[in-house]
Design a protein around this ligand. Structure first.
Ligand SMILES: Cc1ncc(COP(=O)(O)O)c(C=O)c1O
Length: 381
């Protein structure tokens, strides 16, 4: 491992040659800032592990047990988040949303409903109905924090599952411990389960700390399951391996009774995640430093080129949730930015009603492309 991980982002034409969803489906001149994937080269230890698997022609089904991956994750969680994970309570799933759907079906009870804060990652709206459940968005308070009164009212209707994205997508907000404690207490009062979507947890920026849900309180451990993976922090979303983590007998039993979801995970996902969690710290540290600098740069560029845009710099993730309502571009400003500025951004209304007039920008890229993104946005106004 070189002491300085290579984070050079290739030029736009090389990015467009990638085969992932993010880089297909747009004209070659479009700067794509949509899907939550970073543009940096994959971490060297992860590439090495994946190449070694290919070189030993090791592309078969995923194994039944994942002791090495569970141990690597437990080490990562303790080093980076102060989270004591019991490797025996770590289970493999193909991806976080598959785990969310299976757990929601198992836990929603008679109400058949899943609550979550809105704006939200669009599949939070789509997956519950696909699973025969109702999606119950609860608007965040104006400051971006959870509206506990609104959630209390929702739980009062019988909803028994809270899907909690922390750090939050699209706002990039890392929830403070006090807010998590209040959520745990409220959910315990209503016998509600919390599906803690912590997929962005390794991506916490300078000035913030992630409190893992299963470290919040006994109540959180009792009726809580964490869903996490290497996919966002290490850019491995297409490899299909994620984890369910529990810390109580009750939650462990819920997970044990699920269908065998791990059968659908990918072996390369296991190999890649294990390398990332065991050997990826130097790369991740370099990425976090770059994201921190990009966050500052984005603020400077917005202040200079688009001062009407309102935002709260995120404390985690590489996502910026930009309030463009003062620009007069309507409910879906991403449309004008794409047509006139040749930049594709996350379309605010797809994240729910509170997203009208917003766009989501992905700053997990080079400083040059962050600057270019704002330049293109400004050119559309
Ligand atoms: C909050 C959140 N949850 C889940 C996912 C999707 O995870 P997976 O691909 O593991 O289903 C994403 C992807 O961007 C996300 O931002």
């Amino acid at each position: 491992m070189s002491r300085h991980p290579d984070l050079r982002v290739p030029d736009l034409s090389a990015l467009h040659a990638r085969r992932s969803e993010k880089w297909t489906g747009h004209d070659p001149d479009v700067l794509v800032s949509t899907i939550a994937e970073m543009d940096f080269p994959v971490a060297r230890p992860v590439k090495d592990a994946l190449r070694a698997a290919i070189d030993r022609d090791d592309l078969g089904y995923a194994p039944d047990g994942i002791p090495e991956l569970a141990a690597a994750f437990a080490g990562f969680a303790e080093r980076r988040m102060g989270w004591r994970v019991d490797p025996e309570q770590v289970a493999l799933i193909p991806d976080v949303m598959v785990g969310v759907a299976a757990l929601a079906i198992a836990l929603a009870g008679d109400a058949g409903a899943v609550a979550f804060a809105s704006p939200a990652y669009p599949p939070f709206f789509a997956e519950p109905p696909r699973a025969g459940l109702r999606a119950r968005p609860v608007p965040l308070a104006p400051g971006g924090e959870f509206d506990l009164d609104a959630l209390r009212a929702e739980l009062g209707t019988g909803t028994r599952v809270l899907l909690l994205a922390n750090p939050h997508n699209p706002t990039g907000r890392v929830l403070p411990r006090s807010e998590l404690e209040a959520l745990a207490e409220l959910c315990a009062e209503h016998d509600a389960w919390v599906l803690a979507d912590e997929i962005h947890a390794p991506l916490v920026l300078t000035g913030a700390a992630h409190t893992p849900w299963l470290e919040v309180s006994d109540a959180a451990r009792e009726r809580g399951v964490s869903l996490i993976s290497a996919s966002k922090a290490f850019n491995l979303a297409g490899l299909k391996a994620a984890l369910l983590v529990t810390a109580s007998d009750r939650a462990r039993e819920v997970v044990a009774a699920l269908p065998p979801l791990g059968d659908h995970a990918g072996l390369l996902g296991i190999v890649g995640a294990e390398a990332a969690f065991a050997h990826g710290d130097p790369w991740l540290d370099a990425v976090l430093a770059r994201l921190d600098a990009n966050r500052t740069l984005l603020g400077e560029r917005l202040a200079a080129d688009l001062p009407e845009v309102v935002w709260s710099p995120p404390s985690g993730t590489y996502l910026a949730w930009l309030d463009c309502r003062a620009l007069g571009l309507g409910d879906d400003p991403a449309d004008a930015f794409l047509r006139r500025g040749r930049i594709a951004l996350g379309q605010g209304p797809r994240y729910g009603d509170p997203g009208r007039g917003f766009v989501r920008l992905n700053f997990g890229t080079s400083p040059e492309l962050v600057t270019e993104a704002v330049r293109r946005m400004a050119s559309a106004v």
